[in-house]
Design a protein around this ligand. Structure first.
Ligand code: AMP
Ligand code: ZN
Ligand code: FE
Ligand code: FE
Length: 275
């Protein structure tokens, strides 16, 4: 068995740890293959690759993109060219859509009587990438809610009082732009897309036709039987199974870096090629 982790967030998006801290914790936990998959930004990737190289951890470029879908559908991408213009333009568009959305979330919160401004929220972000977890942190620190998860439950989750949707690319476009950049697109945490895995096949058909390469089969909250069923679906749709913790930091209880998998799970040479 080896420990891998192809789904990690740093302070370049909404993770708690800086890139060097994250790589230290990968090293400490014995992870030997890893990718940083920050939301809508690859700004941390070069540093991540350099630190992984020094720590003798195999690594490749990575990113996570949320797609337009009835519910949650997140695509992680790997091994793409960092300089690819179409991909970087798409990520930039997503970041600017976030900005509009965050402004509107803060407005909504103020209408609800919570004194939260975007400037305040910005102080909780480690880079220019601001997400709802940063809004939640500001709300906790001001005492409006007692935890990040209650901020989501009461105000920020889809359908809650201050929820504002974000302009997103269709899944086909997320997959297409990653493929054009030489990347390998993967469906992340599939249980968030269809809480009942019986509903997943039509989604996988659609994504596979668009060029999906893999499917996360080990993810937070996946019981052994869920992993087993995901592996079966991956085989059925000829998708590579991957594993990731979706680690955002220790504040998010119960999440640790590293997932133990069989050494022959993935063609590491393909995934890590050239990097
Ligand atoms: P955003 O990128 O602004 O749409 O925020 C999405 C991020 O918020 C996800 O990556 C999660 O880290 C976090 N998140 C989503 N739902 C919840 C929840 N119910 N409780 C805590 N964090 C959440
Ligand atoms: Zn996140
Ligand atoms: Fe995600
Ligand atoms: Fe994630």
């Amino acid at each position: 068995m080896i420990k891998i982790d192809l789904h990690l967030h740093s302070a370049f998006s909404d993770g708690e740890l800086s890139v060097p801290e994250l790589v230290l914790s990968l090293k400490k936990c014995g992870v030997s293959v890893a990718a940083l998959t920050d939301h809508d930004t690859t700004n941390g990737v070069e540093l991540f690759l350099a630190r992984c190289r020094s720590a003798a951890i195999k690594s490749m470029s990575g990113v996570e993109i949320s797609a337009a879908y009835g519910g949650v559908l997140h695509i992680t991408g790997y091994r793409f060219g960092l300089e690819n213009k179409a991909l970087q333009d798409a990520l930039k568009k997503n970041r600017s859509a976030r900005l509009d959305r965050n402004l509107r979330i803060c407005e909504r919160l103020r209408e609800l009587g919570l004194d939260i401004t975007l400037e305040e929220v910005r102080t909780y972000a480690g880079s220019d990438l601001i997400g709802r977890p940063h809004v939640a942190l500001a709300m906790v620190n001001k005492g409006y809610v007692h935890s990040i998860s209650s901020a989501f439950e009461r105000y920020l989750k889809r359908g809650a009082a201050a929820y504002v949707p974000r302009l997103l690319l269709p899944p086909e476009d997320c997959i297409g732009v990653l493929r054009l950049a030489g990347g390998l697109p993967v469906l992340a945490h599939p249980l968030q897309t269809t809480p009942d895995l019986d509903d997943l096949p039509p989604v996988l058909r659609r994504l596979k036709d668009a060029g999906l390469w893999g499917m996360e089969c080990w993810f937070p909250g996946a019981s052994p039987s869920v992993v087993y069923r995901c592996l079966g679906l991956a085989r059925e749709f000829e998708l590579r199974p991957t594993a990731g913790s979706d680690f955002h930091g220790d504040r998010h209880a119960g999440k640790h870096v590293g997932v133990a998998v069989n050494e022959d799970l993935l063609p590491w040479a393909v995934l890590c090629g050239g990097l």
